[in-house]
Design a protein around this ligand. Structure first.
Ligand SMILES: Cc1cc2nc3c(=O)[nH]c(=O)nc-3n(C[C@H](O)[C@H](O)[C@H](O)COP(=O)(O)OP(=O)(O)OC[C@H]3O[C@@H](n4cnc5c(N)ncnc54)[C@H](O)[C@@H]3O)c2cc1C
Length: 525
């Protein structure tokens, strides 16, 4: 540990449950224990994202904000290319910057076809029906607005969506009509957004700074807005700006969680009966491997492995007249006709994924990523652009994942994470097939030129500490408990054996709610 850090303090709080990370996975896992009256400590590396007009500015998007941090740099190798990325650190995790799409996995996603599974031995330990009540609860907690009965792949549900969708923007209407003309079945994307003005909350203003931005008026039902304040009021002890640096194992139990306060640099150790690790798909295996916990798991070889992130791509259509002159929110339409494959698509056979509307790219991100003059020119054309996102399910592969470079350390003394990731030929073919269909829809809607962009981020990353029934291939059991350590649970996106082909947050939430309930049952026994 570097000399600048103060020595481990004697501060010795004891808790029933310690939750590491405050994203969907951490907050939803904390929910049942907090409501059951347990003493819960939530440790979060980042601070609160302040809300106000600055969130709407070009530099309010994703990696341009101070909440995207390279304090612990992640080296990423993709084929011959290498780069260094950071991670989102704030109260609420990535939910704060997310696009708020809250889709359930499809029923068949829990029993994927062989062409997706490859030789990964991935198996979901439960069926859709087992998770359905938790999906319904997650939708209530996140106040999701959606419509049933239109999406041809929609799984059965026991409760209607809590809210009706908002008014359809003009652009969305044009896209939906074009898709219907082509014989498709466009549906309204379910969104975790608040459309009701009330004493405590302001309603969505239908602005175009939603996906990739924090909501300036707190109308997005992200975890920092919709979940954590209620947990804190109910007694949860939240410690923002606290970095967890290690899990201390004695026998088959975690007996301490080592932390460093980012302000004072004071090191201290927290103690809890149960520890829930929900630091995110890259930070969770990083902590497990740095703490040597792969060595006590019968599936230790799988810790950090089978990283998936969907094979995502964007196609933007350029229209002669601005397709969204009123500058309204328009991430509203989904198309699932190709989800499980399509008779018109010869390759690849089988599952493909989904197509969703996206906003025009944030001007700040365009200007940050291309040379200054080109950035200014492209910014002028943004009003003539609207786009569709293709999300293809990707194959879990042992070679894709996170390992540790023990020779290099971050500012807290932790060895650095290294990620290796490559798509299979099938992943790339599936994305290409979806992008072709997306371009057809945009062309039918009136677009004249197209720009296709592959998404290289880890925003939809899942896997790395997967669940499963086989103790030799899955580090987590069917409830989310870490095999080999009796009191350790994992509840973030890393638990997923396969990625399905819809946005992951509602499934992370449902699985974490289910784990939280199991933790309460166990504490009561
Ligand atoms: C721009 C963007 C748009 C997206 N849009 C959508 C969408 O529309 N729909 C959807 O379903 N999904 C969307 N996603 C994906 C979704 O947001 C993530 O899958 C989800 O938020 C992951 O939740 P999590 O709990 O697994 O991890 P995270 O949200 O990453 O939470 C992990 C938390 O742990 C904290 N942490 C990490 N390390 C430590 C440590 N050592 N000590 C203490 N705390 C630590 C982090 O600071 C973070 O707050 C989007 C993502 C991005 C980036």
């Amino acid at each position: 540990m570097p000399g600048s850090l103060l020595a481990l303090s004697s501060f010795d709080p004891r808790y029933d449950v310690i939750v590491i990370g405050s994203g969907f996975g951490g907050a939803m896992a904390a929910h049942a224990p907090v409501l059951a009256g347990a003493r819960v400590l939530m440790l979060e590396r980042g601070g609160w994202v302040e809300r106000g007009p600055h969130n709407w500015e070009p530099r309010g998007a994703m990696e341009l904000t101070p909440f995207y941090s390279k304090e612990t740099p992640v080296r990423v190798h993709q084929g011959r290319r290498s780069s260094t990325i950071g991670l989102y650190n704030c109260v609420g995790g990535q939910s704060v910057f997310s696009g708020a799409v809250a889709l359930r996995f499809r029923e068949h996603d829990f029993a994927p076809d062989p062409e997706i599974l490859g030789d990964s031995q991935a198996r979901w330990p439960f069926a859709y029906q087992d998770l359905e009540p938790y999906y319904a609860r997650a939708e209530r907690l996140l106040d999701v607005a959606g419509e049933s009965g239109v999406d041809p792949t929609e799984p059965p549900r026991t409760a209607p969506y809590p809210h009706e969708p908002a008014r359809l923007a003009g652009t969305s209407d044009v896209i939906a009509r074009a898709a219907r003309d082509l014989g498709l079945h466009p549906f309204r994307l379910p969104l975790a957004i608040n459309y009701q003005n009330g004493a405590a909350r302001r309603a969505c203003q239908a602005c175009t700074t939603c996906d990739a931005f924090a909501c300036a008026v707190e109308a997005k039902n992200d975890v920092a807005t919709a979940i954590i304040p209620a947990l804190v009021r109910a007694g949860m002890d939240l410690r923002p700006r606290t970095v967890v640096t290690g899990l201390v194992l004695e026998g088959d139990r975690i007996v301490g969680v080592d932390c460093i306060d980012r302000e004072s640099r004071r090191a201290w150790r927290a103690h809890g009966t149960v520890v829930v690790l929900a630091a995110g798909v890259l930070a969770t295996p990083h902590l497990l491997l740095c703490s040597g916990l792969d060595r006590v798991s019968p599936a230790g070889h799988a810790v950090g492995r089978y990283l998936m992130r969907h094979c995502n791509g964007l196609v933007y259509g350029f229209f002669r007249h601005p397709p969204n002159p009123a500058r309204e929110f328009h991430k509203q339409i989904g198309i699932h006709d190709f989800y499980f494959g399509h008779r018109d698509i010869a390759a690849p056979r089988g599952k493909l994924g989904c197509i969703q509307q996206v906003m025009a790219p944030p001007i700040g991100l365009i200007q940050a990523r291309v040379p200054a003059l080109l950035g200014r020119v492209l910014s002028l054309g943004v009003d003539h652009v609207t786009g569709l996102l293709a999300i293809a399910e990707d194959t879990p592969q042992h070679a894709n994942g996170l390992t540790i470079d023990w020779a290099q350390r971050d500012t807290y003394g932790l060895p650095l994470p290294v990620v290796r990731h490559e798509y299979t030929a099938r992943d790339l073919l599936a994305r290409r097939a979806l992008l072709r269909q997306a371009r057809r829809v945009l062309r039918h809607a009136g677009a004249r030129f197209f720009y296709v962009h592959s998404i290289e981020t880890f925003s939809h990353a899942v896997g790395t500490v997967r669940m499963g029934l086989d103790p030799t291939t899955s580090p987590l059991d069917g409830a989310g408990r870490y095999r080999g350590v009796r009191n350790l649970w994992v509840t973030d996106g890393s638990v997923m054996p396969t990625s399905a082909a819809v946005n992951p947050s509602l499934t992370i939430s449902a699985i974490a709610l289910r784990a939280g309930e199991a933790i309460v049952r166990e504490m009561a026994a």
